[in-house]
Ligand binder design. Structure first.
Ligand code: NAG
Ligand code: NAG
Ligand code: NAG
Ligand code: NAG
Ligand code: NAG
Length: 288
């Protein structure tokens, strides 16, 4: 896929723009206004909430969620098995994964080993298959690091340092926001090191950062520039006027909103607000 270079993770953010890649000529429109609260053809509905109780023993934490999600997970696992067996018909691969992979991967750190075992048990899927399907191991490692940061980091600085310096196994963007003036950055990561930490700078008037799916110092693919439209719309508002409503307007403007936009998340750390909306981009709209 064009331009899909890094996984994107957003955490703790005060102002969040959640954007995905697209590959066809831009269909643009004027910056939208008064789109919030969400309604109309670009809004497909809310996402369900689940509560994971971290006070439970790790083995039990995901139990309730997995009872709900196991049927869908089994369908995914079966189709992956079917596809794999279509390529290597003997069934040997799945058998190997079933039996050998748990040993090969070794133990996961902290609570994750027990959590995975608990999930596999409820889903009635062998742990090896579970890890193989959920775990592109590199993405899984980033997941572990994020969980640790979200669960145990106690300041913006600490979270930023861990996400900047810990080895990860895949390239990624980390978008981090704190609750104090100037606390906000995009960390562009390689496997081993950070390539760039781009921070808010109130003194310079940089009151927002935008991250689409291109490194900041590179131009987007010319048919896939969502960075300029996003900045243009943000520039029409002011720091004083920023709110869920004004951010949702920006994220509802084509081509920032496009056919590959699955959902929009709005987070306010200080107020403890978190809203997620499933999105649609009816024709004419780019990205398919
Ligand atoms: C997998 O293949 C089996 C046997 O061909 C079939 O019955 C089943 O519906 C397939 N499952 C999925 C999820 O594609
Ligand atoms: C967070 O810290 C607690 C206490 O040290 C520990 O039990 C827990 O496993 C840690 N969480 C993660 C995700 O590492
Ligand atoms: C800001 O965050 C810090 C720790 O990250 C916390 O101790 C403090 O209470 C927070 N302040 C406000 C106003 O939310
Ligand atoms: C937005 O405003 C900033 C700061 O004034 C400016 O540097 C930038 O060129 C503007 N970008 C767009 C796309 O309007
Ligand atoms: C910001 O909000 C104030 C008060 O609601 C309003 O008068 C003003 O027009 C807004 N400014 C912009 C640029 O939207």
């Amino acid at each position: 896929m064009l331009g899909w270079s890094r996984l994107t993770f957003i955490l703790l953010s005060g102002i969040v723009t959640c954007l995905v890649a697209q590959q066809v000529p831009p269909w643009t429109e004027d910056c939208r206004k008064s789109t919030y609260p969400p309604s109309g053809p670009t809004y497909r509905g809310p996402v369900p909430w689940y509560t994971i109780n971290l006070d439970l023993p790790p083995y039990k934490r995901w139990h309730e969620l997995m009872v709900v999600k196991a049927p869908a997970l089994k369908v995914i696992i079966n189709s992956v098995k079917n596809i794999t067996n279509a390529f290597v018909p003997s069934g040997r691969i799945i058998q190997l994964v079933d039996q050998k992979l748990p040993g090969l991967l070794g133990n996961f750190p902290g609570p994750f080993e027990e959590e995975m075992k608990g999930i596999a048990a409820v889903a009635e899927v062998p742990l090896g298959v579970m890890e193989w399907i959920l775990g592109k191991k590199d993405a899984q490692w980033i997941g572990f690091i994020l969980r640790s940061v979200l669960e145990n980091s106690t300041s913006y600085e600490e979270a930023k340092n861990i996400l900047t310096n810990t080895k990860i196994l895949a390239p990624a963007y980390f978008i981090v926001g704190g609750n104090q003036s100037g606390e906000g950055c995009v960390i562009t990561r390689d496997r081993k090191q950070s390539l760039d930490v781009y921070e808010l700078d109130p003194k310079q008037g940089r009151w927002y950062v935008v991250q689409t799916n291109y490194d900041r110092w590179k131009n987007p693919f010319f048919l896939d520039d969502r960075r300029t439209p996003a900045k243009m719309c943000l520039n029409r508002t002011t720091q004083e006027n920023i709110s869920f409503a004004t951010i949702y307007d920006v994220l509802s403007t084509k081509p920032v909103l496009n056919k590959l936009t699955v959902y929009t998340v709005l987070i306010d750390v200080t107020k403890g607000q978190f809203e997620t909306y499933l999105r649609d981009c009816p024709d004419p709209c780019i990205g398919w």
